[in-house]
Ligand binder design. Structure first.
Ligand SMILES: *[C@@H]1O[C@H](CO)[C@@H](O)[C@H](O)[C@H]1NC(C)=O
Length: 229
């Protein structure tokens, strides 16, 4: 631990030497959640947030496009929109409904909530890929996006674990998440019912990825910029 701290100190000195940029370390050490002495840990925390926000934006973009593609291809004329969307499997995690609600939550709790939502999507994304692959004339615009989202969701999850590790060292969050039990509905024999189950799932994915993207931007602003953005 001491070694780590002193090597962090060392890196900060190095940074100062290299960049001759006092402001960087000064600004960074004034932020609240770094262990004292680890003046440069915020630099990499900021990098982690930058990457996470880019990733979550990308995942949301892919989810929206996948939903649109599915909607165009399968949902038209089936009246899915007028059917009520069943609740999403992540609904039990009671995520904030909007920005105002999200602002009320302690940032550690919001971080943990994001982790839980991301983890709750591991299983359904895995099965989504398998089931789409098995569809006749597996639609490439949907399959390729499902594969990419599954992959990137794991990367984002790893990134968020690193962020939590820096913000709250020692806090491990790997227990409570929302279990998905929707596989049988993706395999129903009745085509309309099956397609509606896909539609519902993709709708939930788009919704959750949008939420995560928004929460992450909010967290980045609160943690990295002390809410000055
Ligand atoms: C996704 O990103 C691409 C490239 O930036 C953009 O052209 C497209 O409109 C975006 N799609 C959605 C649904 O936002």
């Amino acid at each position: 631990m001491d070694n780590k701290v002193s090597s962090m100190k060392g890196s900060c000195l190095l940074l100062l030497l290299l960049l001759s940029n006092l402001l960087l370390c000064k600004h960074v050490s004034s932020l609240p959640m770094c262990p004292s002495g680890a003046a440069n840990c915020q630099v990499s925390l900021r990098e982690l947030f930058d990457r996470a926000v880019i990733l979550s934006h990308y995942i949301h973009n892919l989810s929206s496009e996948m939903f649109n593609e599915f909607d165009k291809r399968y949902a038209q004329g089936r009246g899915f929109i007028t059917k009520t969307i069943k609740s999403c499997h992540t609904s039990s995690l009671s995520t904030p409904e909007d920005k105002e609600q999200a602002q009320q939550i302690r940032y550690e709790d919001l971080l943990i909530l994001i982790l839980r939502v991301l983890r709750s999507w591991n299983a359904p994304l895995y099965h989504l890929v398998t089931e789409v692959r098995g569809m006749k004339e597996a639609p490439d615009g949907i399959l390729s996006r499902a594969i990419e989202i599954e992959e990137q969701n794991k990367r984002l999850l790893e990134g968020m674990e690193k962020i939590l590790g820096q913000v709250r060292p020692g806090v491990r969050e790997n227990e409570v998440y929302s279990v998905w039990s929707g596989l049988p509905s993706l395999q129903m024999a009745d085509e309309d019912a099956r397609l509606f189950a896909f539609y519902n799932l993709l709708h939930c994915l788009r919704r959750d990825s949008h939420k995560i993207d928004n929460f992450l931007k909010l967290l980045k602003c609160r943690i990295i910029y002390d809410s000055n953005c």
